[in-house]
Ligand binder design. Structure first.
Ligand code: 5CA
Length: 486
């Protein structure tokens, strides 16, 4: 990023880089220009939320919270985990040992017990669960928290995508009486995440990660991937069946109806700020962000079109309109700044505001306002009963955003039915093929495609495929994803 760009966010003349030509550059530009993240914080992998970006985060996480709050309770655990707790679960340690930041001193005094900055919170939460859970009446227990977690990532860090301080880690941790109950919770969590990504209008692929790629300590992992405009995939959420491995380690038992002490079964599922990377990347265009109305901090911007003679009247009409729409529950703003309308259009288009309303003297005379969607559709609508018209307009904007995204992603998914097609399978997108689940066949598929087998047992709405035989060995296989991931 060039140094002279720091103060020119309101300059009109600079075009965004075209999204198609260099997605990575476009992504960096948009985070900066639309005031999402500031990447100049002097620690690698740690970034600062601009207030506007934080406004998007607030909307997105309020959708996630409202879905969870139906049958989960929100909680908050400490950031630090004593070494002896962190080191209890062997698989878990193996998975995270290279990623943990340690606190070794309090001031100048070496600590007796080193403290880990949570990379995720199993080992912080489960010792407390062991104190709380006594009987079957305490189950199921379903809690979640939205916190920061720290991972010393060694791969290339990128804002929102791969960070060392995950600032927006939503992690849910549930406890159940049986393995089957936990498996049912996994399905419920998958439905919940699907609903969440539907609300963001972000198409997602859902698959079961291969055994060698599951969460450290889990029985199995279901992952959500979105397809970025450059064809690479981004894992934007995971749901893990933990079986009883953590329960054994942390002594999580309950008294069942027969008075016997039985081990609990657990699940956990997480989503990070990657969901915002997915939102931005999926919908943004060469003009800037493009936010589905539900996620937009400002849903409607009103731009008064001033003619000198009737300035006060127009400003007043814009404010009255704003008050009326606000009272109807919309997030609305009047842009009364002393700037040309064109500069204001540019400013709000860059920030992804879904709908603009222009109101000038002639509109007032005709009892109408001019609406312009972020996609560029112009329509004059009646001033009377305006809230109803605007509601419909925003709903149609959402539908439009959804279908554009879906069409783009569907064009990036290629069905692969023969081995010969493997090499091109993940070029510019994702290949769908049948795989038996074995490591041996996976290795062949990956070698021949120069891509990664993301997962099998494909579900979700994007791809409809039946059972078929493994592309390599011919044994029964399930629809599986092949891609190159971030
Ligand atoms: N304890 C479980 C579930 S809460 C857990 O930690 N799962 S995880 O490791 O798969 O992380 C959950 C999600 O966080 C991932 O699917 C991924 O979307 C996101 N994530 C993981 N690491 C990072 C990172 N360094 N930066 C941004 N997001 C990340």
């Amino acid at each position: 990023m060039s140094a002279n760009r720091e103060n020119d966010n309101n300059t009109q003349s600079i075009e965004l880089l075209p999204k198609k030509s260099d997605f990575s550059e476009w992504y960096n530009e948009i985070l900066w220009r639309a005031e999402i993240m500031d990447v100049r914080y002097p620690i690698k992998g740690m970034y600062v939320w601009h207030p506007y970006g934080f406004g998007v985060r607030k909307r997105v996480y309020s959708i996630l919270r409202s879905l969870l709050d139906v049958d989960h309770d929100e909680t908050l655990f400490p950031l630090l985990i004593p070494e002896h707790e962190f080191m209890k679960e062997a698989e878990h340690i193996k998975g995270f040992e290279n990623e943990v930041y340690w606190i070794t001193h309090g001031g100048t005094t070496p600590l007796d017990v080193r403290l880990a900055l949570r990379p995720t919170s199993e080992t912080s939460i489960y010792p407390m669960y062991a104190l709380w859970i006594r009987s079957h009446a305490d189950l199921p227990l379903k809690l979640y928290q939205v916190v920061n977690t720290f991972r010393y990532e060694t791969k290339h860090t990128r804002p929102l995508i791969r960070v060392r301080e995950i600032t927006s880690f939503k992690e849910a941790h549930t406890v159940h009486g049986t393995w089957d109950d936990a498996a049912e919770q996994v399905e419920a969590a998958v439905r919940l995440y699907q609903e969440f990504y539907d609300a963001l209008c972000v198409p997602v692929l859902i698959s079961k990660r291969p055994d060698w790629d599951k969460f450290p300590g889990a029985d199995y992992t279901i992952a959500f991937d979105c397809v970025m405009p450059d064809g690479r995939t981004l894992q934007v959420g995971t749901v893990h069946h933990l079986g009883d491995s953590f329960s054994r380690t942390f002594d999580l038992t309950y008294e069942d109806i027969n008075g016997e002490q039985v081990l609990c079964h657990q699940t956990c599922y997480g989503i990070s700020e990657r969901c915002i990377a997915a939102l931005i990347s999926t919908h943004g265009d060469d003009t800037g962000l493009c936010l589905p109305p539900q996620t937009a901090p400002v849903q409607i911007v009103i731009v008064p079109i001033i003619m000198k003679k009737r300035e006060a009247e127009v400003q007043e009409a814009a404010q009255v309109l704003c008050d009326e729409l606000q009272a109807a529950g919309f997030r609305v703003k009047v842009d009364a700044r002393d700037l040309r309308p064109g500069a204001k259009y540019y400013h709000w288009e860059l920030r992804g505001v879904p709908l603009r309303i222009e109101i000038g003297p002639r509109d007032i005379d005709n009892g109408v306002v001019m609406t312009v969607t972020r996609g560029g559709t112009k329509e004059a609508i009646q001033r009377e009963n305006i809230a109803v018209h605007i509601q419909e307009k925003l709903a149609s904007v959402t539908t439009e955003i959804q279908s554009v995204a879906r069409e783009r992603v569907q064009g990036q998914i290629h069905m692969v039915s023969t081995r010969g097609e493997l090499l091109d399978a993940a070029k510019g997108g994702v290949g769908v093929l049948h795989w038996c689940g074995s490591k041996e066949c996976c290795e062949k598929i990956e070698a021949e495609s120069e891509a990664v087998l993301l997962g099998g047992e494909l579900r979700g709405k994007l791809v409809n495929v039946d059972q078929s035989n493994c592309i390599i060995c011919g044994e029964p296989g399930t629809a599986s994803l092949l891609g190159r991931s971030y």
